[in-house]
Write a protein of this length. Structure first.
Lengths: 347, 326
């Protein structure tokens, strides 16, 4: 299934997507984050391939889904419950490249886990990014709980959670959406559907073409958009955020994205993906598509592109240097924080 | 002091904590309008409203997972799993998520929540309404596991659990709800999670136990007296375990009998026995010994089966005599 086959499915909610776009000043910012996420991802891969990092899991191809949705949030106020491909999302939420590389290298100052978790397990309380684990879909229920608390406390927060289409087969996915639908919670379930759960294609994962068609079963809005077009994603996400903010309940927002890499650094996708398919999805790369769109609109000039690319190169290089120079964790600290530690002398 | 049933002590702790702290919420199956299948949460729906006393869908992983999300966003959730036998779908959320949140985030996030659940046999609950589940959960670093046995502890430990910064699994033996009574101090009295309590001092052996088995052990001690003077220690908190009180007791009595309703193999008693053997070997006149439920999947239904399964004062007294005669 290609992104071309996607269509918008409405279970409930406003009639048709408006073409509401971001403010003009955001167009280039979104471009910057798309390219930054790609550059950070490529650097993570280089660190792994050069033997400096033990493992790497990529978000390449998912950047359009993440930039489009997280840009529709209030980045200070709203919550993100990410998954292991959420590189662009956590960058936009406030984690700089250096922090991503600290995680990648398992350094003591890795802000998500202090070197305790594998790379790709993002979290950061100050940026309202919840700490995540490896079992898929467990986080989807947490997002529902965060949204319940937001509603009960009247904070006005919206919670976005991200997952792959494989995770929608888990019971936790069902339990989360059911609960969120019942209570009409301010939560957006963003399914980044790249058609593959490691080696298993979507047709062996579910009997439906669009994950969003399941939204009807939870009494919530269900939308499918093409993740190659970041502005289409943004428009759909804006609607979902508005719905959440207005108390009109959750949205199951499916974004069809290309998986441009193997599942992880431990995976060889050539053993289960046809070369033609790998080549074909490259055409759907959201970075290329958005670059062409901005060029056609005259928003992105050669000079502007060079300026942005140079800035990203600098930031990625500086971030890498910071992370490489940072200390590794001391094994003596491995027993800390199993439980709460009251503040006291020596701490 | 007021004389209260075990179930009322739990109810009162919930009522008082929900009154004290508006961030507390209760969620579970039938906990709202009905007040719980055992009646523990009766009246709380009317007192605190449906937004804070939530009748959830039948989804145990969802109950715990939602509680985790609530917890990281400023609430103090108290989840009820209707029967401990039904908690297993939530095992992943408890093990991989709640218990690990602080460790895996290097203290960036905590996960204060309480999961209450009734366990144990003796009420014709059979295979799926009688299980003891503590061994699975006491194995998990990052989780606290408590099993209060008296009304005073039921109330005081629940209050402490609700205020604890970490996730607490709070186990209630369902046969104790209406069969155990006791004095409960008036007012806002907490009982700390951690310390064990010597319920009956003695010289000849130490019985380490918890839950309903504590009450059977106290009756056994009466049967043994005056020939054998048994010390009965209520562990109360399985994790973190009060090894200091355990070892000090064995140092005085030189014999350790561990009694629990859960089956023996890989059970919590093995941890107590190993602790006594490793750290108190020099005190011992006899091997640390376990008296546990039989190693069958759970309590079979029919009355003769159940009678055969359950611990009794006589069974415990016989095990104590054998140990003293070793």
């Amino acid at each position: 299934m290609s992104a071309k086959d996607t269509k918008t499915v409405k279970a409930r909610g406003p009639a048709s997507p408006t073409a509401e776009g971001p403010p003009p000043s955001h167009l280039l910012e979104m471009y910057y984050f798309l390219c930054l996420a790609r550059a950070v991802d490529e650097r993570m891969m280089a660190l792994q391939r050069s033997g400096k990092a033990a493992f790497m899991i990529s978000g390449q191809g998912h950047e359009g889904a993440q930039v489009g949705t997280v840009y529709a949030l209030d980045r200070e106020k709203d919550w993100l419950v990410p998954y292991y491909r959420s590189v662009a999302s956590v960058l936009i939420k406030g984690m700089p490249p250096a922090e991503i590389f600290l995680i990648q290298l398992g350094k003591a100052t890795d802000p998500s886990s202090g070197g305790r978790q594998m790379p790709g397990h993002y979290g950061h309380s100050r940026h309202k990014i919840l700490s995540t684990s490896s079992p898929v879909a467990t986080q989807v229920v947490h997002a529902a709980g965060i949204a319940y608390a937001a509603k009960l406390r009247g904070t006005g927060e919206v919670c976005e959670t991200e997952l792959g289409e494989g995770a929608t087969s888990e019971g936790d996915f069902h339990e989360a959406l059911n609960f969120a639908g019942i209570h009409r919670l301010p939560v957006i379930f963003v399914v980044e559907n790249n058609g593959w759960a490691i080696s298993v294609p979507q047709r062996k994962q579910m009997a439906v073409e669009n994950v969003s068609s399941r939204a009807a079963g939870y009494g919530m809005a269900g939308v499918t958009v093409d993740g190659s077009h970041v502005l289409e994603v943004y428009a759909a996400a804006r609607e979902a955020v508005a719905r959440a903010r207005a108390g009109d309940g959750p949205t199951l927002l499916e974004v069809k994205v290309p998986r441009l890499t193997a599942h992880s650094s431990d995976d060889r996708q050539e053993t289960y993906r046809m070369a033609e398919e790998i080549a074909r999805v490259r055409q759907l790369d959201p970075v290329h598509v958005y670059t062409e769109e901005l060029r056609a609109q005259g928003v992105l000039t050669d000079a502007k592109e060079q300026e942005i690319r140079a800035r990203i190169q600098r930031e990625v290089d500086v971030g890498t240097e910071i992370a490489e120079a940072a200390p590794l964790p001391d094994p003596a600290t491995a027993t800390r924080y199993v439980y709460f530690e009251p503040p006291g002398p020596g701490r | 002091m007021a004389d209260k049933r075990y179930i009322d002590a739990i109810h009162d702790a919930l009522y008082e904590e929900m009154t004290r702290d508006p961030s507390t919420v209760l969620l579970g199956e039938d906990v709202g309008v009905k007040g719980g299948v055992f009646g523990v949460t009766e009246g709380l729906f009317d007192a605190f409203g449906e937004a804070r006393v939530i009748d959830t869908p039948l989804a145990e992983a969802g109950i715990v997972g939602v509680a985790i999300g609530m917890s990281v966003n400023g609430l103090r959730p108290i989840a009820e799993i209707q029967f401990a036998d039904f908690i297993h779908p939530a095992f992943d959320q408890i093990l991989s998520e709640a218990a690990r949140m602080r460790y895996r985030s290097n203290n960036d996030f905590g996960c204060p929540l309480v999961i209450r659940t009734p366990y144990g046999g003796g009420v014709h609950g059979a295979l799926y309404h009688s299980q003891s589940i503590e061994a699975f959960y006491a194995h998990i670093p990052g989780l606290k596991v408590v099993i209060p046995s008296t009304p005073a502890d039921a109330k005081g430990i629940l209050k402490a659990a609700i205020r604890d910064p970490d996730p607490v699994l709070y186990l209630e033996h369902k046969k104790m709800y209406r069969s155990v009574r006791g004095e409960v101090p008036e007012g806002d009295v907490t009982v700390p999670i951690g310390p064990a309590e010597i319920r009956r001092p003695g010289r000849d052996l130490s019985i380490f136990t918890y839950g309903l088995a504590l009450h059977e052990s106290l009756r056994a001690a009466d049967l043994l007296s005056p020939d054998i003077d048994a010390e009965v220690v209520d562990l109360r908190t399985l994790r973190p375990l009060d090894t200091k009180t355990i070892l000090a007791s064995v140092e005085r009595t030189n014999r350790a009998l561990i009694v629990h309703e859960d089956n023996r193999f890989g059970g919590f008693g093995a941890e107590v026995a190993a602790t006594v053997a490793e750290e108190g070997f020099r005190f011992l006149d006899a091997p640390p010994t376990r008296l546990c439920g039989p190693d069958i999947p759970a309590v079979p239904f029919s009355t003769p089966f159940e009678v055969w399964f359950m611990l009794t004062p006589e069974k415990i007294a016989a095990a104590a005599r054998a140990l003293v005669d070793y």
